[in-house]
Ligand binder design. Structure first.
Ligand code: HEC
Length: 289
């Protein structure tokens, strides 16, 4: 190929590259405008040594019971899980008492074929506030309050380049928790006097698209704490986010401990292999032709 042709191709590629780069940056900015990045918080369950703080989970559970449970289900958690190690660590007696405060439908039909209501037992799952999704939507202006059993893991956001690389090395996985904390603190007057696209929506700084069907669910002083922790919205939103994390991943501490053991084993094993290799090949000399 002649050199002017090469030059032409090179400049074309350069122009294309710069153009594509600018377009990508623009897309980035467009999505950034839709969702503002939540501020980062400190979480006890961050990193390879992370674990739950039972006191914090118990406070979060209290908030769930007193506030959120009138709309949000917790369908994959059973009362016996309240006594699980690495979680809220209630005693079995305490878990039994809590279960008995709930009325649940017996999963077994009685002799009339009906499912009688009775006080909850350890083996029962948390009863849902609505019988089905349609009923939940009908009570909430058409919006569905998601089940808390998976929500903390389901809500995350793109941190974009270069943060996602830093997060991989920093082991940061708490974007969902940061988001829940920010969302609960994010209710405010609409910016630039924006009007809701339909009635019944509330302006939230951190909700994607800003208009959320959930009214501000919790404010300062609403839930009483007995352990002297401040009863502020800031504290509530951290505690409920921690509780929701536990609900979505009850075995986090065990998983992290196993990860550490595996890493330790691999490091020792790599060292062993290195010395075995050295001793096996120690007498070997390359053949000279
Ligand atoms: C009166 C009913 C009601 C109560 C009480 C309530 N919520 Fe909600 N919540 C909703 C509805 C409805 C939605 C769906 C909103 C939407 O899709 O616009 C929702 C959505 C959410 C979401 C998901 C937001 C998203 O990104 O999709 C979170 C997180 C949440 N609620 C947390 C809470 C917490 C924490 C509490 C208790 C402190 C609580 N809610 C109490 C009705 C409620």
């Amino acid at each position: 190929m002649t050199s002017p042709a090469r030059k032409a191709i090179r400049s074309l590629a350069l122009i294309l590259g710069v153009g594509l780069g600018l377009a990508a940056a623009d897309v980035d900015r467009a999505t950034a405008a839709e969702q503002i990045h939540p501020p980062r918080m400190d979480w006890s369950f961050w990193g390879p040594l992370g674990h739950y703080d039972p006191g914090q989970l118990q406070r979060g559970f209290k908030i769930y019971r007193e506030v959120c449970s009138s709309c949000h289900a917790l369908s994959m958690i059973a009362f016996r899980n309240l006594a699980d190690e690495g979680g809220l660590t209630y005693s079995e007696e305490q878990a039994k008492t809590i279960a008995a405060e709930y009325q649940v439908k017996d999963p077994q039909p009685d002799d009339k074929g009906e499912f009688p209501e009775r006080p909850g037992r350890l083996s029962d799952y948390f009863p849902s506030p609505f019988p089905n999704e349609e009923a939940a939507r009908a009570a909430n202006g058409g919006a569905y309050p998601p089940d808390f059993s998976t929500l903390a893991k389901a809500r995350t956001y793109e941190r974009g380049f270069p943060w996602f690389l830093i997060d991989i090395f920093g082991q940061y996985q708490e974007q969902g928790q940061d988001y829940i904390h920010a969302l609960l603190n994010g209710y405010q007057e609409p910016e630039h006097g924006e009007k809701p696209p339909r009635p019944g929506l509330h302006y939230n700084r951190y909700f994607p698209g800003h208009w959320i069907a959930m009214a501000k669910p919790i404010s300062d002083g609403q839930v009483e704490y007995t352990d002297g922790t401040p009863t502020t919205l800031e504290q509530y939103s951290k505690d409920i986010a921690a509780f929701m994390t536990w609900a979505a991943e009850p075995h986090l501490a065990a998983r992290k401990q196993m990860g550490l053991k595996v890493m330790f084993f691999l490091i020792v094993f790599a060292g062993l292999l290195f010395y075995v290799k050295k001793s096996v090949w120690s007498g070997w000399k390359p053949e000279t032709a």
